[in-house]
Design a binder for this molecule. Structure first.
Ligand code: ADP
Length: 138
């Protein structure tokens, strides 16, 4: 069993798509281990997005990600990291195929509905970054 960290990004919240996206994950058989709402502070975002913090688009990404409260969620399942990334589609929502979450609901490379961990190792790091131990069940 693997774990992955999901963020329902501000566009997902604004468009009231959290339930629709969560339904796709539940239908895929994944189990919720932890879920809560939070507003992402710039310090936390700089840590989470350290791999793109020097990119020209980073200031806009930080403004977008802190623009309204989001839902963060830890999911568990067989091969969940790769399967969720497949369900999301590529980063650039304009290039994401229909049927993927970003292809169906996304807007751009920044405004792309959902974050999901890109490796098992990062899944563990990100869950520890966003959740206290007592907030994860199972
Ligand atoms: P992913 O979220 O698909 O794992 P990355 O880790 O490469 O993608 O990037 C993190 C986030 O930074 C993306 O989800 C997106 O919001 C933003 N981003 C990435 N690349 C670009 C880009 N070229 N232009 C604007 N925003 C970007």
């Amino acid at each position: 069993m693997q774990k992955t960290m999901i963020i329902f990004k501000p566009d997902c919240m604004e468009k009231k798509l959290a339930g629709t996206v969560l339904d796709r994950f539940e239908r895929a058989g994944f189990t919720i281990l932890g879920i809560k709402m939070m507003r992402l502070a710039p310090e936390l975002l700089r840590e989470h997005y350290a791999h793109v913090a020097d990119m020209p688009f980073y200031p806009a990404l930080e403004r977008f990600m802190s623009s309204r409260p989001v839902i963060v969620m830890a999911l568990e399942g067989r091969d969940v990291v790769a399967r969720v990334r497949e369900m999301l589609g590529p980063t650039d929502a304009t290039k994401a195929p229909k049927g993927t979450i970003r292809g169906d609901f996304g807007t751009s490379s920044t405004v792309n509905v959902v974050h999901a961990s890109d490796s098992v190792e990062n899944g563990a790091i990100e869950i520890a970054r966003f959740f206290k131990p007592g907030e994860i069940f199972g």
